[in-house]
Design a protein around this ligand. Structure first.
Ligand code: PCA
Length: 214
């Protein structure tokens, strides 16, 4: 079987997106006996959910881990919940959509819980020295929407699925710090290198499959 990992293209003020880099790096890699299908999704509310549904339909994965950038967060965030709300909070998607306080699905539940074993994934990361935590809010931008729609697509199946928010890379943090005047004493946002992001995704798959195996 396969494992589906997605990341995103750059969006907003970000020239790069570590999540897309992680998905591309993992594409074709064997993790826990399965081959990873890693894809970069568009940052577009109308397109990301259907793209994920197509990936799941085409590859019938044993587990799904979607990832996205959460600039400023200090650790890998294993998201517990997706809420039925779309609000870009002023950063339109790459198609120009800028929802304010909208429902993702007017007939859907208020929230959907990730089916990854979120606490075990965070613990596995921490055990390997990767800064990580469970997060109880994926925000209301596209990452929340993708988790909501992925869980809807998999509703009724036993395929575990979840979402990891990734911090900025060191290069992103340095670029912003340069602009912000860090060389004159301004603060620098937290960051994490891509190899630790990649390992966190591997651990999410390994942990999910270990708990599925019983
Ligand atoms: N992060 C955004 C959307 C795309 C991305 O990488 C989010 O956190 O919703």
């Amino acid at each position: 079987m396969t494992l589906v990992c997605t990341g995103y293209e750059p969006f907003g003020d970000h020239d790069t997106n570590p999540s897309g880099s992680v998905a591309e790096a993992l594409d074709g890699r064997r993790v826990a006996g399965h081959e990873v299908v890693g894809r970069t999704l568009p940052v577009a509310f109308d397109a990301a959910g259907p793209a994920m549904a197509d990936l799941i339909g085409a590859h019938d994965p044993a587990a799904v881990v979607a990832t996205g950038l959460a600039a400023g967060r200090s650790a890998v965030c294993v998201e517990r919940v997706a809420v039925n709300v779309a609000d870009t909070v002023g950063t339109p998607d790459n198609a120009g959509n800028d929802p304010v306080d909208e429902a993702l699905d007017s007939d859907g539940p208020d929230a959907r819980l990730a089916t990854l074993p979120v606490r075990a994934v965070a613990e596995a990361c921490l055990d390997e020295g990767i800064p990580a935590r469970v997060s109880n809010s994926a925000g209301t931008h596209l990452c929340n929407a993708l988790l909501y729609r992925t869980l809807a697509t998999l509703d009724g199946s036993d395929t575990p699925a979840g979402f990891l928010h990734l911090p900025s890379t060191p290069a992103q943090a340095a670029a912003v710090a340069r602009e912000d005047g860090a060389a004159r004493g301004a603060s620098v946002r937290a960051s994490l290198p891509l190899d630790l992001d990649e390992r966190a995704v591997e651990l999410a798959f390994e942990t999910a499959l270990a708990s599925t195996d019983g």
